[in-house]
Design a protein around this ligand. Sequence first.
Ligand code: UD1
Length: 428
Amino acid sequence: MDWTVGKMDAFIIKGKSSLSGEVDIHGAKNSALPILAATLLSGGVCVLENCPELSDVENAIEILKSLGCKVRREADRVIVDSESVSTCRVEPELMHKIRSSIVFMGALIGRTGCAHLSFPGGCELGPRPIDIHINSLKRLGVVIDEKHGHFSCTTPNGVNGVTLNLPFPSVGATENIIMAAVTSQGTTKIHNAAREPEIVDLANFLNRCGANIYGAGEGVITIDGVHQLHGCTHRIIPDRIEAATYMAAAAVTGSTITLNNVISDHIEPVYYVFREAGCSIRTYKNKLLIQSPERLKRVKLIRTLVYPGFPTDAQAPVMAMLTVANGTSMFIETIFQNRYKHVDELIKMGANIKTEERVAVVEGVKSLYGAKVAATDLRSGAALVIAGLAAKGETTVTNVYHIDRGYEQLTENLRKLGADIYRTTIGE
Ligand code: UD1
């Protein structure tokens, strides 16, 4: 797919259709990206199954190719041969295309002992500092020289195991530390490590490649450095945020749908919100059935937290869903400073939302109305689609390239469920 096309693409949604049927959840973007970077460490052939076809993933593949890896895609499998890595420099244009490219820092250090790359720069969700990444890598013995947003990382004395206490359980920092430490000398302990399922997936992948990582998914991760890794085959976990988004689509339209290929434990942190809103959720094996009432009830308080708390990535789609609930819902966003960009767009559609700093108060309205709105980031884009499904009349969502970063075949899947939504190209 040519992802540049998405720049001028829009979604047109005619709301109020009821949804039914089943939807297959894809592999998790936030697992695929660090695991693709981690294939560098193997020095061999890695087969990643259930790897979603998304612009962010394709950009990560471009970075791997630019470093000398041979990469090919066969349907949902991506095969990476990282034997012939020829450089530790990632060009700024490639770094800019994908915000999470920062995880290549730890992977390159672990593989080659050096990394030259730039910071992805200004951000959609407010400042996204990487001080925890940098300070932790320095403690492992990496010498980091920063000039004008460019980082030169070298390891004159190798990477040496150490005990780290993170000031915040950052997902990206935990991933970078793990990747820099797997082939280090000695043992690294990460206290206050991120516990997200994507961290566990990364550790499982690396352990399959011969690493010795213990405790992923818990607060303390131990990494015993090994001399060398090898290739492996690994299946990426299902995307818990994509799942939560389809649940919001069902809830906002008063529908009953089944999600296939989910790990319900990973989605559990969002269940209470849907249940408090009046939905019933049943899970069996890798399926989830959600049944929704005709009108949702308000949810008293949703506070975004690190895993296993309510995920910040589900905040925008769930807020869109609660704009039409009966009563007043409150959100507190504790993870990112500027994650209410969807609010102004939802207000254009008739939502009644007030925000102050990290708090948003959503007074449910009877109905939203179709409008022309713009996605400002990935999850805000998903929120506007959810709102469009519930709105009277036609909604046009522009800037859908943001949505393409994280949702595979969103319009096709929603259409199969019965929604009236299609992608079109609009003039500049
Ligand atoms: C990852 C996810 C993102 C998700 C987020 C939180 C990927 C590709 N992205 O992002 O979708 O929303 O986890 O679950 O996996 N922070 C610092 N200093 C640092 C690092 C982080 O202050 O060095 C702060 C950030 O500004 C932010 C908070 O910590 O406020 C969370 O960031 P982090 O957990 O690192 O998220 P990401 O890895 O960027």
